[in-house]
Design a protein around this ligand. Structure first.
Ligand code: DGL
Length: 261
């Protein structure tokens, strides 16, 4: 079973992407909806929450972990890898690799939560591979609550996205990384506001592709993963709105189960 967690329901964009890349693999998801957002919390808190989430998924039988959250990936990857000896995937490296492949002018924009942008992790990873790259980042703290609320097409959401993207637009980036797993749900608005010529890269589909490549190269490990096409979805708080948005992301209705860690 593949274990996947996020601070809320944005990580379901990663579940959807894994379903598309690796149909039939069993998955267990935990969305920490009671404690979302992580993006405005301290590093210590994000690490503690990420360790608890991983413990829960491992107790349920997860054989590998996907941190379907850029904030947790930025701050807690080392701590998780130190404590759990199973494959742990973060979403940042795959997005960086894909962005560097796609960019023509090495002029890359990154949007994410406050914590992800403040960590500077995207810039560090991009510059490690291409020191000449220009990286422009913008924190977009209002977008996660808008997505969790299901405001995916509202005029207010369009207005806020436009305001956040304006500084990146004036820099004439040619590639934009969606450095938050909630943002693919706003991709049509983001693409429209940043302009059709900018390549928009989703960390969600990028990590799913990397997992497929990893499993293809690790057949012994791959055999340990169950493949009955089953997926279970746990959250730490349920509201009817979460269930509705979750169904929109997965593209069919899903039942969320509540669990307290
Ligand atoms: N989906 C999480 C991310 O990728 C959102 C973080 C948050 O809860 O603020 O960063």
């Amino acid at each position: 079973m593949i274990g996947i967690f996020d601070s809320g329901i944005g990580g379901l964009t990663v579940v959807r992407a894994i379903m598309d890349e690796l149909p039939g693999y069993d998955m267990i998801y935990f969305g920490d909806t009671a404690r979302t957002p992580y993006g405005s919390k301290s590093e210590k808190t994000v690490i503690d929450y990420s360790l608890e989430n991983t413990e829960f998924l491992v107790r349920q039988g997860a054989k590998m972990i996907v941190m379907a959250c850029n904030t947790a990936s930025s701050l807690a990857t080392e701590a998780l890898r130190a404590d759990f000896h199973l494959p742990i995937f973060e979403v940042i490296t795959p997005a960086v690799v894909r962005a560097l492949k796609e960019t023509k002018k090495a002029s890359i924009g990154v949007i994410g939560t406050r914590a992800t942008i403040a960590s500077g992790i995207y810039e560090k990873k991009i510059k490690a591979q291409n020191p000449d790259a220009r990286v422009y980042s913008a924190a977009c703290p209002l977008l996660v609550p808008l997505v969790e609320e299901g405001w995916l097409k509202k005029p207010e959401t369009r207005m806020i996205v436009k305001k956040y993207l304006l500084p990146l637009k004036t820099r004439q980036i040619d590639t934009l990384i969606l450095g938050c797993t909630h943002y693919p749900l706003l991709k049509p608005i983001i693409q429209h506001k940043i302009g059709a010529r900018v390549r928009v890269i989703s960390s969600s589909t990028a990590v799913a592709e990397q997992i497929r490549i990893f499993l293809a190269g690790s057949p012994d490990f791959d055999r340990t993963l169950s493949k009955n096409g089953q997926a279970e979805f746990f959250v730490s708080d349920i509201t009817p709105q979460f269930e509705k948005t979750a169904g929109t992301v997965i593209r069919h209705p899903i039942a969320l189960k509540q669990v307290r860690l």
